[in-house]
Design a protein around this ligand. Structure first.
Ligand code: FA5
Length: 344
């Protein structure tokens, strides 16, 4: 059989061979059989050299047209296979959107988040701007620059989780004071809400809890300003009918320092496990920024003064909603959470 007849026969074979195929692998094998390096059409094209110039032209055109025919046939087949595959997926994954949905309880905003948002809004309304800082913090920012040098006993006031690379999980939001003072020029007033971590665990202590830091720096800021701002905040969050007391205290980064206790709402001051039978629950620490802290961040303590405070959000939420154990806030028991539906 001459080469022309062979090529025409090849075309018929191709047609038959491709017809019943729905498998990409087999399709690929056919491609190699005809168009690969040693494929039948490739070989036919290679043998053109042995033909006379006229024949070469004619046979060459024929071989090329069969090559094109094969390529188009394979492409069409490939598209057909893909379409079939897609149809199969759509058929298998068909959703009946008319089926009734599974019923679930509408959720409630978490009391810690509700309280945190509300407190932030109160301070924003008094002109404070909101800052934030990382939860994995430098020892310098969490302690040293806050006037708590290494080996200072005050480091033991906050039992710390250290990371393997020499950093720590911040034990309070006070490092945001350092970050803000390094970044901003006085005067400014900021609050910084966020999570903090300590090795602590009992009905009023959680290993992870939330604080809001506050810091105001300006010329002539006094303890009177601190008390005034905190009084407005306390009235907004607790109303006027709840006992509140300022008590002298100690923090290395403030001088003088104070703490604020709120009358226990769980036992109305009679004494219970929440207030450890004292009738009071401590909700915040505060004071006037220590000059050593200003020096550490390059602010002149002769020119500027400032106050700072750190609020315990869970404690405030416990008092507002009469929650008897801080751990209830983090066990994710829906029966507990759903009691706060509508309070936000
Ligand atoms: C501090 O953390 C200071 N950084 C606060 C501060 C800021 C003082 C700025 C002066 C100036 P303290 O360790 O007391 O202080 O914590 C502050 C508040 O966080 C406490 O009053 C309490 O309400 C809350 N708190 C402390 N430990 C826990 C805990 N483990 N779980 C829940 N709340 C806690």
């Amino acid at each position: 059989m001459d080469i022309k007849a062979q090529l025409l026969q090849l075309k018929e074979e191709i047609k038959k061979e491709v017809q019943g195929i729905f498998d990409e692998k087999v399709l690929n094998e056919i491609k190699v059989k005809y168009l690969g390096k040693k494929g039948l059409i490739t070989s036919a094209l290679k043998s053109l050299g042995s033909l006379s110039p006229e024949e070469r032209k004619e046979v060459g055109q024929l071989a090329n047209s069969i090559k094109e025919f094969l390529e188009e046939t394979l492409k069409a087949k490939q598209e057909e296979i893909e379409k079939k595959k897609l149809e199969e997926i759509l058929r298998k994954e068909r959703l009946d959107i008319s089926l009734p949905a599974e019923w679930f309880e509408p959720s409630a905003s978490h009391p810690v988040l509700t309280t945190l948002k509300e407190i932030t809004e109160i301070f924003k309304s008094m002109g404070f701007t909101v800052e934030s800082g990382p939860e994995v913090e430098y020892e310098d920012y969490n302690f040293t620059m806050l006037n708590i040098p290494e080996h200072h006993p005050a480091r033991d006031m906050q039992d710390t989780f250290y990371t393997s690379n020499g950093m720590l999980l911040r034990t309070h939001t006070s490092p945001v004071q350092i970050r803000s003072m390094l970044k901003k020029k006085p005067p400014f007033a900021i609050v910084a809400p966020g999570r903090v971590y300590r090795k602590d665990m009992d009905p009023t202590h959680s290993p992870m809890f939330h604080q809001i830091e506050g810091l105001m720096v300006d010329k002539n800021v006094s303890f009177k300003d601190l008390k005034g701002i905190l009084k407005i905040f306390l009235e907004n969050i607790f109303g006027n009918n709840i006992p509140i007391r300022f008590r002298p205290s100690y923090f290395p980064f403030t001088e003088p320092s104070a703490e604020v206790d709120v009358g226990c709402t769980v036992c109305k001051g009679k004494g219970c496990r929440v207030c450890k039978n004292t009738g009071w629950l401590e909700i915040l620490g505060c004071g006037m920024v220590d000059p050593n802290v200003f020096k550490a961040v390059g602010i002149d303590p002769e020119e500027y003064t400032g106050f700072a405070f750190g609020l315990g959000i869970e404690r405030i939420a416990m008092l507002r909603y009469q929650i008897t154990d801080i751990r209830l806030l983090f066990t994710n028991d829906l029966r507990f959470n759903l009691q706060f539906r509508g309070i936000e």
